[in-house]
Structure formats: structure tokens, C-alpha cells
Ligand binder design. Structure first.
Ligand SMILES: Nc1nc2c(ncn2[C@@H]2O[C@H](COP(=O)(O)OP(=O)(O)OP(=O)(O)O)[C@@H](O)[C@H]2O)c(=O)[nH]1
Ligand SMILES: [Mg+2]
Length: 207
């Protein structure tokens, strides 16, 4: 199994927030704390040892994100190319062998995310571990922005995005990807609820 000190955590906050009226999602308050800060704190609260490093990927209001105390990196791809642009920025800046991505808009994500995704690397050929939530009907639903990635994937991701690729699952399908089920509601059933609108965000604040 890989260890926390080999992993950098990346908060993805680089989107347009168009369903939030164009607001910078990561700076919206969740129980009084900006979402990106809350997400960062949850990375620091992960079970097991502390991750080696943390960083934030954002494309607007960079000074506000810098106040959270970790490095902030904007996309190197232009025009809000989607979450894969954030993955790419993270892989470019990462100084550890593995990168853990978490979106800024899913504030209750599991505290054992890092440990459980890391376990997937016990299988030797694993290149990507992706979380999936078990839905009420028993089906697994992939959570593609929650990934643990090998640093060596940068070259492949660069080629994929340069070829116009934008969909996470199309890219991960090119690699040895292990899907890691999180059996909800044994954990918090809202663990993978994400807020796309302000109404959804407020609903998550008040159970
Ligand atoms: N770096 C980067 N991250 C992105 C981009 N688009 C989305 N994301 C991130 O990917 C995650 C999931 O994206 P969405 O839920 O679609 O968020 P969004 O794109 O800001 O919101 P919408 O504009 O309403 O789709 C969030 O953490 C976003 O910050 C992008 O162009 N660049
Ligand atoms: Mg989007």
C-alpha cells in the first residue's frame, strides 16, 4: 500500500460555477467557512497520517485562495477546460509520486477517502483509483473527480487534453483504473452530495 507521505492533496476549485450564477464556488460559505477551505481542512483531517502536501487549483480570485495557506495554481489549459484541466495542473505541480483530487463542492466527502483509495494500489498495475458511491438501488455511481493518480500519468493526460479530450472517464478508461466502492449509507449518506446551486449548498448545511 502507498503511504500518506507519498500523496499530495489537490482541491479542485477552478470551475466557472455557472449553475451558481457564475459565483466562485470555492469561496462560498459552508457553515461559515469558504468551501475550498473546508475541503482543504477535510484533507488535513483524513484518517491515517497527514498527506505530504496540499494545494489548490483555482482560476479566479487567486489572492483569496492564497490566504488559505497552501500553494494555489491556475490551469495551464485555457478557457475552463473542465476538471481534467485541474488534474493536469495538479500533476504538473505535484512533487510526490501520487496526487489525490477532491472537488471543492462536496463538503462531506469521506474521511477515509485517502486511505481507501491508497489501498487500491496494493494491486500492482493500478494507475488510478476512483471512488464510487453505492446508491440506494445498490448500483455503484462513479465519482470521477475523487481520484488518486500516479504522477507518471501527466504525459498521457497532456496528450489526451491536447487532442481535445475533456471527459474524465474517457481518459481513465485508457489506464488501469480501480473503482473503490464507498458503501453508503453505512458511511454518511450525503458524503458524495455535491452543491451545484446555492440552494443545494444551503440544503447540505442544514440536514
Ligand atoms: N481547473 C478546473 N477545474 C474545473 C473546471 N471546471 C470544473 N472544475 C472543477 O471540477 C469540479 C466539478 O465541476 P462542476 O461541478 O461542473 O463545477 P463548475 O464547473 O464550477 O460548475 P458549473 O459551471 O455549474 O458546471 C469542481 O471542483 C470544479 O471546480 C475547469 O475548467 N478547470
Ligand atoms: Mg462544470
Amino acid at each position: 500500500m502507498i503511504h500518506s507521505h507519498q500523496i499530495t492533496g489537490l482541491v479542485l476549485a477552478g470551475g466557472r460555477g455557472s449553475r451558481m450564477g457564475g459565483a466562485d464556488k470555492g469561496l462560498q460559505n459552508f457553515n461559515g467557512t469558504p468551501l475550498a477551505m473546508h475541503t482543504l481542512l477535510r484533507l488535513q483531517m483524513q484518517e491515517g497520517d497527514l498527506l505530504a502536501e496540499q494545494m489548490i487549483n483555482a482560476n479566479r480570485n487567486l489572492a483569496a485562495y492564497e490566504a488559505f495557506g497552501v500553494p494555489v495554481w491556475p490551469d495551464t489549459l485555457d478557457d475552463f477546460a473542465g476538471p481534467l484541466a485541474g488534474f493536469m495542473t495538479g500533476l504538473e505541480r505535484c512533487e510526490t509520486p501520487y496526487l489525490l483530487t477532491v472537488p471543492c463542492d462536496t463538503p462531506l466527502y469521506p474521511l477515509d477517502l485517502a486511505v481507501r483509495l491508497a489501498q487500491a494500489f496494493e494491486k500492482e498495475d493500478t494507475e488510478i483509483a476512483m471512488a464510487a458511491a453505492r446508491e440506494e438501488d445498490g448500483q455503484l455511481r462513479a465519482q470521477p473527480v475523487f481520484c488518486l493518480l500516479k504522477l507518471e500519468l501527466l504525459e498521457s493526460l497532456t496528450a489526451f487534453t491536447q487532442g481535445g479530450g475533456r471527459k474524465i472517464d474517457r481518459w481513465t478508461a485508457e489506464h488501469h483504473t480501480v473503482i473503490v466502492p464507498f458503501d453508503l449509507p453505512a458511511d454518511d449518506p450525503r458524503a458524495f452530495f455535491n452543491a451545484n446551486t446555492l440552494a443545494e449548498l444551503h440544503a447540505l448545511e442544514n440536514p
